[in-house]
Design a protein around this ligand. Structure first.
Ligand SMILES: NC(=O)c1ccc[n+]([C@@H]2O[C@H](COP(=O)([O-])OP(=O)(O)OC[C@H]3O[C@@H](n4cnc5c(N)ncnc54)[C@H](O)[C@@H]3O)[C@@H](O)[C@H]2O)c1
Length: 320
């Protein structure tokens, strides 16, 4: 398959691209390199790999990138609540306007599959913290970031035509990737405990689901390889129901790696990101299981830090 991955130099993309190449696909990445492109050097020499430097807001660049493409995996975005809040106009242009145009241009270009990176943040705060939300639950986006994701999901589900469209709602991602991110909860907490010996946790009681970056990439590969009638117009949460954690539970799992570190808990009564998610649909319909847990991710990040594989932890390139 000829696959276009937008945002392929990012945290998820740089793990996904080698996986797709390994399955014998040809992969073109369209990325504006907001956080650099070193993450793709490992695949640079692969004959199936092609890089196009460009912005998804540039329609000519997008049309060029779509030439000869069978499937689009749309990852490019201003990612996360803080980044979108800092640059709301840019976030709307990239996450909303450019994504809508990409969807339309992909249809016109005869692309057969369109996979969209959405988020479990779309669920917002749960009214009943004891229950689990699933793909049929009401969406209550509480940030611009989630609002833009909900809008694109809706446009995909309402759009007609032969293109097979699949929005994937990822849990919060963790783990090691060629483009490392240390602004994601599991990675950030592990780093702070090991290097600063000090961690401040806001709202330790709040729940969220987590997934390893390699499992996100595996899920995307699985969706691309699944029969169209199993994934067309279907939203899937991507994660594992047993991998919902309160922040306090995360800290408990990390403590053995830094027993001398000081942890401060700051009580918060309200957090819009308080939800537990059910992931049985992707398991039952597509047979997806995660291969790595939060426990594995903590171990992996701790190893990276302890062995000096990365030492410039504070570099802006590791944070959105
Ligand atoms: N990381 C998570 O926890 C998480 C969770 C749920 C959903 N997602 C979604 O997964 C996708 C990938 O996330 P990530 O963590 O890899 O983020 P990331 O910030 O590491 O990667 C985003 C990539 O998009 C590129 N990009 C941004 N604006 C662009 C533009 N205008 N034109 C072209 N390229 C542009 C960036 O250069 C970067 O390489 C995003 O759509 C994100 O919303 C991520």
């Amino acid at each position: 398959m000829n696959i276009l991955v937008t945002g392929g130099a990012g945290y998820v993309g740089s793990t996904l691209v080698p996986m797709l190449l390994g399955e014998g696909n040809r992969v073109r990445v369209l990325d504006s390199l907001l956080h650099g492109g070193g993450s793709l050097l490992g695949v640079w020499a692969n004959p199936g790999f092609e890089f196009q430097l460009g912005d998804v807001r540039d329609r000519d660049a997008v049309r060029k990138a779509l030439l000869g493409i069978d499937a689009v995996v749309h990852l490019a975005a201003i990612v996360g609540d803080p980044a979108c809040a800092r640059q709301p106009e840019l976030a709307r242009e990239v996450n909303l306007d450019a994504s809508l145009t990409l969807l339309e241009d992909s249809k016109r270009a005869g692309v057969s599959r369109f996979v969209f990176a959405s988020t479990c943040s779309n669920y917002g705060k749960m009214s009943d913290p004891e229950s689990y939300v699933d793909e049929t639950s009401e969406l209550r986006p509480v940030s611009l970031y989630a609002e833009t994701k909900v809008a694109i999901e809706q446009a995909m589900l309402e759009s007609n035509g032969a293109m097979c469209k699949t929005p994937l709602r990822f849990a919060t991602v963790f783990g090691v990737s060629p483009r490392m991110r240390f602004d994601l909860t599991v990675n950030e907490f592990t780093l702070d405990l090991l290097t600063k010996k000090h961690l401040v946790v806001f709202g330790e009681q709040f729940w969220r689901p987590y997934i390893h970056v390699r499992d996100v990439a595996r899920a995307i590969c699985l969706v691309l390889a699944s029969p169209e009638n199993a994934v067309q117009g279907e939203v899937f949460n991507v994660g594992d129901t047993t991998e919902n954690y309160q922040k306090l539970q995360l800290v408990d799992l990390m403590r053995p790696y830094a027993p001398d570190a000081k942890v401060e808990f700051v009580r918060r009564e309200e957090d819009p990101r308080d939800y537990r998610v059910c992931f049985t649909k992707i398991n039952h319909r597509l047979g997806f299981d995660v291969s790595l847990t939060v426990r594995n991710g903590i171990e992996e990040v701790a190893w990276l830090v302890k062995h000096g594989v990365i030492s410039d932890f504070d570099a802006p390139a590791y944070r959105n």
